[in-house]
Design a protein around this ligand. Structure first.
Ligand code: GLC
Length: 484
């Protein structure tokens, strides 16, 4: 950086920081030493700015108030996502309209034939509850624009199909009756609404995604502000007509050229309306308000591997995951996760201080597919025995090293430590490094059967736990340690 550039740079940093006193800056440049200190000052200013950027706020809720508002959710740790819409009929991904670049006319047959004769949300709710899921989020509208609810602002809704009912209302009633908290997924994107302008993610996008003239041609006569009004109306309906709604999962923003972000959605105003209508509600982070500390309540790492979750420690987050490779029902998809993979996702979420929301994509007849049923049953079996290692839990205090072949979670209220046995020791011995004098009692979580331990012969700081030859009948058994 040469001298004038440097001054310009510092000047602009200061101006951006809202400061005056530019004369003082000019004097400093007289000696080399001084120059260096200016540079340092500039860096500090920049740092200050970026910190300021992260702490910009939209409301005056304190971190403590936020924590209290979200307590039920952070304690819950495990929820059910339900992606259900017209895309269940083509049964080849919920983005089928986009992937195959289908027009509204080509997609209309799915609306005409939608007839979910087996739709029974009471059954869904019972299965979610059995699997240990404490909340459920249903797609009230996905990107295709079809509404499962009875909206005053469109005809493109379940009540006008062979279902003839408000399916969202039945979902809410059924899940609430099982004591499960309810949430709505609502797509900010709408590939059916006539005023939703065609962008790079739209089914009718131009062949060349950078062809501005083509966008202009395609969007002639569209008025996005009308769509925005529709979006506000529908969110208001969802948050007014169905009682207390616990979660709103808005999806999603893709700012930049030919995309959409907070300026399109009017995200700040939308969020203000949401919080006004439902003061306790928990909102995801896809409104493109990431510059604001309170522009969202939780982060949403989507379909990431358990390893990646480690970097979310200390944040508030929920990883969303599918049973197979699609959110909507996909008949011919075969990459279904194994029971072990699903367990690993749940355990790794909790062991890193986050939530897991697992997705089911019901069939067009309104049922959970047999593969989803199997997956849920296996979770139910495991959770029945081991859920104490999940609810209210988080990562263990750093003083506890993670023994080989295991993961750890910790309940800070009951002060119990949970050891997930990914590998069952063949010799029946498990070394707990540095755990001596910290443990009062150890047992298997599934049956409260005692597990003896003693100080290690080789290092008195370590404990050696004795495990029975017979592994408990769980893919990943759990040892419960009661701390001193
Ligand atoms: C993505 C997809 C969508 C899915 C969602 C769930 O944003 O567009 O199909 O509903 O993620 O996280």
């Amino acid at each position: 950086m040469n001298r004038p550039d440097c001054l310009l740079y510092l000047g602009s940093v200061k101006a951006a920081a809202g400061g005056g006193h530019s004369n003082r800056f000019l004097c400093y440049t007289k000696s080399l030493k001084m120059k260096r200190s200016i540079l340092v000052l500039g860096l500090i200013c920049l740092l200050g700015l970026s910190v300021q950027g992260q702490t910009k706020r939209l409301s005056n809720e304190t971190p403590q108030q936020k924590q209290a508002r979200m307590k039920w959710w952070t304690d819950a740790r495990f929820g059910m996502f339900i992606h259900w819409g017209l895309y269940a009929l083509p049964a080849r991904h919920e983005w089928v309209k986009n992937h195959e670049r289908l027009s509204n006319e080509q997609y209309q047959k799915y609306f005409d034939e939608f007839d979910p004769d087996h739709f029974d949300p009471k059954k869904w709710a019972k299965e979610a509850k059995a699997a240990g899921m404490k909340y459920a989020v249903l797609t009230s509208k996905h990107h295709e624009g079809f509404c499962l609810f009875d909206s005053k602002y469109t005809d493109y809704k379940a009540t006008n199909t062979k279902a003839h009912r408000d399916l969202v209302k039945e979902f809410v009633d059924a899940f609430r009756a099982e004591g499960i908290k309810v949430g709505f997924y609502y797509s900010l994107i709408d590939w059916h609404h006539p005023d939703f302008t065609i962008d790079r993610n739209h089914p009718l996008r131009p062949a060349n995604l950078k062809d501005s003239a083509a966008y202009a041609r395609l969007n002639k006569g569209k008025d996005f502000s009308k769509y925005r009004e529709y979006l506000f109306h529908q969110v208001r309906e969802l948050l007014t007509n169905y009682g207390k709604i616990d979660i709103l999962w808005l999806d999603f923003s893709y700012p930049g050229p030919y995309g959409k972000g907070h300026e399109d959605w009017h995200s700040k105003e939308l969020l203000a309306m949401i919080r006004k209508l439902q003061p306790g509600i928990i909102v995801d982070n896809r409104l493109d308000l990431n510059d604001y500390a309170d522009g969202y309540d939780f982060e949403t790492p989507e379909q990431v591997s358990p390893k990646v979750l480690e970097k979310y420690r200390g944040k508030t987050w929920e990883t969303c995951q599918t049973f197979s490779g699609s959110w909507g029902y996909y008949r011919d998809e075969t990459t279904w996760k194994t029971h072990r993979q699903l367990l690993d996702l749940l355990i790794s979420s909790v062991a890193n201080g986050g939530n897991l929301i697992l997705n089911v994509g019901p069939t067009a007849r309104g049922e959970f597919d047999y593969r989803a049923e199997n997956a849920l049953d296996s979770m139910a079996y495991w959770m029945h025995a081991n859920s104490k290692a999940i609810y209210q839990c988080t990562y263990a205090p750093a003083t506890f090293k993670v023994p080989e072949g295991t993961k750890l979670s910790y309940n800070p209220v009951t002060k119990r430590l949970y050891l997930f046995l990914y590998e069952y020791p063949e010799n029946g011995k498990l070394v707990l490094p540095g755990y001596n004098n910290q443990i009062k009692y150890t047992q298997f979580l599934n049956d409260d059967s005692e597990l003896p331990y003693k100080a290690s012969d080789t290092d008195a700081n370590d404990l050696v736990l004795t495990l029975p030859k017979l592994k408990p009948p769980y893919e990943i058994p759990v040892v419960e340690m009661i701390l001193k």
